[in-house]
Design a protein around this ligand. Structure first.
Ligand code: AMP
Length: 313
């Protein structure tokens, strides 16, 4: 039994579902905050948003699960940072989290693609699946293409599938996602709409370090020098928004300026795109609410960031 303000740690899917149903029977809304752990203030802001999301009493569940299905074999699953003990301390300190869901077995890659090393334990309890991998997927077909989907083609099917599983297990009334992962947030909104999940999705604003760098679990892998260079991302986004608000509505010009700033700083640009906030369709002219999305490598770390522009000129 957890002490007052100590979140209850739940690992089992059936126990999680039963816990949620009990909270609902007590008249509480259940709000879910999905994360991959190694928590920072950006994650904690989602908890505040979850706690504030309902006029009545809310039970906030934070899930911590490094989802292997969203990583391609060449990506950084094995080195993704984790610190469960630290995460639990931070969650307790908020006083706002009632349960932490740490499932072991939401996805099984199959013996052919099974990761080795530190990440292998995360899937081992599904060994009795007979070596055959997970074969049911949710695809949000148009939105998953473009932006991060271009260089990470299996990423969003992994995200959508595991988030759908979390929704089925936790059965939340509310779920909170950060706009830091803008495309992910829009994909989840679309999935909820298309598949009739009775869940309110909240998009929460990006939390930044004092110098502008968007908080990310991966920032820990940046050297001091790379971190300095990476400040060019937020700087170029703020400058781009200023230019757009001052009347420059030519996407190509603004994109070019951002690419130049990032490249001069030593970054390797994956993409810079200016897209409609809802449809994520590329716009030639900034004549509606848009978001400028950036992905760039600094050293071995791929960072993403974005800025919304509400102008309608
Ligand atoms: P992650 O653990 O990186 O999968 O992120 C879990 C959730 O936290 C996602 O909804 C992210 O968009 C959100 N998140 C991550 N970083 C930030 C940030 N700096 N500000 C706001 N939300 C964030």
């Amino acid at each position: 039994m957890a002490a007052a303000n100590e979140p209850e740690v739940i690992r089992d899917k059936a126990a999680m579902r039963a816990w949620s149903r009990r909270r609902r029977a007590e008249g509480k809304a259940v709000a879910l905050v999905p994360t991959m752990g190694f928590l920072h203030d950006g994650h904690l802001s989602l908890i505040s948003a979850a706690a504030a999301a309902s006029a009545g009493p809310v039970a906030v569940v934070v899930s911590i699960y490094v989802n292997p299905s969203q990583f391609a074999p060449t990506e950084d699953l094995a080195t993704y940072p984790s610190d469960l003990a630290g995460d639990l301390r931070k969650l307790s300190a908020t006083g706002a989290v009632t349960a932490v869901f740490c499932p072991l077995d939401l996805y099984f890659r199959g013996s052919a693609g099974r990761p080795t090393g530190a990440s292998a334990g995360a899937v081992s309890c599904l060994e009795d699946a007979g070596g055959s991998g997970h074969e049911s997927w949710i695809r949000v077909e148009r939105l998953e293409k473009g932006l991060c989907g271009s260089s990470r083609p299996v990423f969003f099917r992994g995200v959508a599938t595991v988030v759908a599983k979390l929704f089925n297990i936790v059965e939340p009334d509310i779920a909170v996602f950060g706009k830091k992962d803008y495309q992910q947030w829009r994909i989840i909104c679309r999935m909820v709409r298309d598949l009739d999940f009775a869940i309110e999705i909240i998009g929460s604003e990006i939390v930044r370090e004092a110098d502008g760098l968007a908080m990310s679990s991966r920032n820990v892998h940046l050297s001091h020098e790379e971190r300095e260079k990476a400040l060019s991302i937020s700087r170029s986004l703020v400058n781009a928004r200023t230019a757009a608000l001052n009347g420059n509505n030519h996407s190509q010009q603004i994109k070019h300026q951002i690419v130049q700033t990032l490249t001069e700083a030593g970054g390797q640009v994956d993409y810079v795109e200016i897209v409609d906030q809802e449809s994520l369709v590329r716009v030639e002219k900034i004549d509606r609410p848009v978001v400028i999305c950036v992905a760039a490598w600094f050293g071995k770390v791929r960072l993403i960031d974005n800025i919304e522009i509400q102008t309608a000129s």
